[in-house]
Design a protein around this ligand. Structure first.
Ligand SMILES: *[C@@H]1O[C@H](CO)[C@@H](O)[C@H](O)[C@H]1NC(C)=O
Ligand SMILES: *[C@@H]1O[C@H](CO)[C@@H](O)[C@H](O)[C@H]1NC(C)=O
Ligand SMILES: *[C@@H]1O[C@H](CO)[C@@H](O)[C@H](O)[C@H]1NC(C)=O
Length: 408
């Protein structure tokens, strides 16, 4: 009986995996070096250790697909990069953005320029052609862990590739345990100045809000930002580990009443989804008022083993997409339906190619992009460099939700 069930699950997984189009895959990621000599030097000095470069986050803008490579370990060549989408290469070299220099660790007391990126996990392209980068400022996290600069938002104008602003978070925005690794941006294309960024603090269990117009930030606390201790035992890619990551996945709805959106959010270690109106987060007085507790909503539970890193919402169908870390897949939930396991659909599942789907994003043309990278194997063991460990997939949102409970 059991073997029949296992075969059924496997067939199921294969059928669904065929839906996603594999766009890029790598054994090791390479970079576009100015010259072979500079590359050789970087390899020699161990400024570049190929096996330590794990792609993690992504975002698309026109012909560019931005890909981040955080400095988990030493030897990351460049943390913020892009791939030109018209490439015919299926394992393309990453091009450092805005430059290799801006992505290089300072040497011999060299001062950092404002456009530098030490280490970034997630990034966002907004409706005003701006790239928002959450730079943790921290290198070699698993080794010597050196803080080169303060955690900062670094914002570029994509039309000119010029730095618009670097905003360093204040001591009052942070705690000892803070870890800012994601950012979502709340803006309308005709009001670019009135932008807000929401940055989840997965280690300090808070949301840090940044107002572009007022160039001001504040910290928001809530019990729902904490991890669920009953859901921190994870098994991914055959590796068992325990995490306590709090709030991490954030996704914004379309603009509703009075110009506000709903922010859907979840701790990584949790199977619940929550929400709050941006009216609460944007108002520092209200967000700090203990009476705002009940303005946060529990949307529901997604079901067993549905821990998710990233989420993103399709504004047209109002379907939320979620990475499924323990299921090697992608799930969807139509936010117009109550959240319960029956209303959660499986968009894709693949026990080989989708091990640790780390990030997903919907672009301006309603393509869903997914990056998988086997991160737990990278963190706790060693990746087999003869295998394809990192992949990027694409699918049209409407194709992704066809034949799932996410269609209304
Ligand atoms: C991709 O587009 C860029 C800019 O239009 C162009 O310079 C480049 O040659 C193109 N590459 C390929 C492989 O078509
Ligand atoms: C924003 O505020 C910081 C202080 O927190 C200041 O250093 C910076 O110059 C300000 N930037 C702008 C564009 O006003
Ligand atoms: C912010 O919230 C406070 C407290 O609820 C309220 O009195 C105030 O009017 C709000 N401000 C704005 C700009 O909405």
């Amino acid at each position: 009986m059991l073997w029949k069930l296992l075969i059924a699950i496997n067939i199921f997984a294969t059928v669904y995996a065929a839906v996603l189009q594999e766009v890029f895959k790598w054994r090791d990621v390479g970079f576009a070096w100015p010259s072979e000599e500079i590359k050789r030097e970087a390899l020699q000095n161990q400024d570049y250790i190929p096996a330590n470069n794990l792609p993690l986050g992504l975002a698309r803008w026109r012909n560019r697909l931005f890909v981040t490579v955080p400095r988990w370990k030493a030897g990351v060549a460049s943390s913020l990069n892009y791939i030109p989408l018209n490439t015919s290469d299926s394992s393309p070299a990453l091009i450092p953005y805005p430059s290799l220099k801006a992505n290089s660790l300072p040497k011999n007391g060299e001062t950092l320029e404002d456009n530098h990126i030490i280490s970034t996990f997630r990034i966002e392209v907004d409706a005003c052609d701006r790239l928002w980068v959450m730079d943790t400022g921290l290198a070699d996290i698993l080794g010597s862990a050196e803080q080169y600069s303060k955690p900062a938002l670094v914002v570029f104008d994509l039309n000119t590739d010029r730095l618009l602003r670097r905003y360093e978070f204040k001591p009052s925005d942070l705690k000892e345990s803070s870890f800012l690794a994601n950012v979502v941006v709340d803006v309308q294309h005709d009001r670019c100045d009135e932008a807000f960024a929401y940055i989840p603090d997965l280690g300090g269990y808070a949301i840090v809000v940044y107002s572009w117009k007022n160039n001001e930030s504040w910290r928001v606390n809530h019990n729902y930002f904490h991890f669920d201790p009953l859901n921190g035992d994870l098994t991914v890619g055959g590796i068992n580990f325990q995490w306590k990551d709090g709030i991490f996945g954030l996704a914004l709805s379309r603009v509703m009443r009075k110009g506000y959106r709903t922010l859907y959010f979840h701790p990584l270690v949790s199977t619940h989804e929550f929400s709050v109106s941006t009216e609460v987060l944007r108002n520092q007085t209200l967000a700090s008022d203990p009476n705002s507790y009940n303005l946060y909503k529990i949307e529901g539970n997604r079901g067993v083993a549905t821990q998710a890193s990233s989420s993103n919402l399709d504004l047209q169908t109002e379907v939320l997409f979620l990475t499924q870390l323990q299921k090697d897949g992608i799930a969807c939930w139509n936010t117009n339906k109550p959240l319960n396991p029956d209303n959660v659909g499986i968009v894709a599942q693949d026990r080989e190619a989708l091990v640790f789907p780390n990030d997903l994003k919907i672009d301006a043309e309603r393509n869903l992009w997914v990056l998988s990278d086997r991160m737990p194997v990278f963190l706790f063991h060693t990746l087999n460099k003869n295998e394809y460990n990192y992949r990027i997939f694409r699918i049209k949102v409407d194709d992704a939700i066809a034949n799932t409970p996410c269609v209304l």
